[in-house]
Ligand binder design. Structure first.
Ligand SMILES: [Zn+2]
Length: 255
């Protein structure tokens, strides 16, 4: 729901109060001296938090109108059957919700709502930055969506971090920083990159076969890094825990 819509209801009530004072004839209520609502629905479950927060304002208004000889009763009414006050509130709410010029204001909202709205906007901004950044290309292949990443808890071991970032104890990375003289994998076939370790390295046949056979129960192989995370996270984590990167790199690069 667009956050503008949250403001529709309180705005319609505020405006409705103003209009009601001018069009008093729309509300021919009798004095009942009571407030009626369905006893199975407590206020705080029944009313949007924006409105709930503003109740003290409505109480003051209620008192003021009462002192001005208004006769006020709150009760449930059926919608869209032509009750003038309800139709007016409905019209005003729709107008307010459709008005893009209305400032979004959170100063009357409960902290929990503000926190939730800010959280959503932060993730949206994070996603935009994530899409546009030229950094973290390998990680982006595993985690293209920030929101999806935030949904899963992962124990971040050294091997896992190396495999999802490309930064760590792999030869292409160490070669890039001039720590090794060659990026060639100890299997001797090609550069030791993340893709090589994941899909091709002959020295990781055992671990790779285990990963591949599990994935192929439901997907084709080679599968994307995103699918590994989305659908085979446990199996992928097991793979990262089983591969011994230190040992793999020791063989062709003795101290
Ligand atoms: Zn290899």
């Amino acid at each position: 729901m667009d956050s503008r819509n949250f403001q529709g209801l309180p705005l319609c009530l505020v405006e409705g109060h103003c209009k009601s004072e001018a069009k008093r004839e729309l509300y021919p209520f009798e004095v009942k001296g009571q407030v009626c609502w369905d006893r199975w629905y407590p206020w705080n479950e029944y009313i949007h938090p924006f409105l709930l927060h503003n109740l003290s304002g409505y109480r003051r208004l209620w008192t003021r109108l009462g002192n001005g000889n208004w006769k006020i009763q709150l009760c449930w009414v059926k919608a869209h059957i032509g009750i003038p006050g309800n139709e007016l509130a409905d019209t005003l709410a729709k107008e307010a919700a459709a008005n893009i010029d209305i400032m979004e204001c959170y100063n009357k909202a409960p902290k929990s709502v503000v926190r939730s709205e800010i959280g959503k906007k932060s993730v949206e901004k994070w996603q935009r930055d994530w899409v546009h950044t030229t950094k973290g290309q390998i990680t982006k292949e595993y985690f293209p969506t920030v929101a999806d990443r935030l949904k899963v808890k992962i124990n971040l071991t050294n091997n896992f971090m190396t495999m999802v970032t490309g930064h760590g104890n792999i030869r292409s990375y160490l070669y890039r920083f001039k720590i090794l003289e060659t990026p060639l994998c100890s299997c001797g076939t090609e550069e030791q990159t993340i893709d090589h370790l994941l899909y091709k390295c002959e020295r990781l046949n055992k671990e790779g076969n285990s990963l591949r056979s599990k994935v192929m129960q439901t997907d084709t192989w080679p599968t994307s890094k995103e699918t590994l995370i989305q659908k085979h996270l446990k199996t992928f984590i097991k793979f990262t825990n089983e591969i011994a990167l230190d040992k793999l790199n020791e063989v062709t690069n003795p101290a």
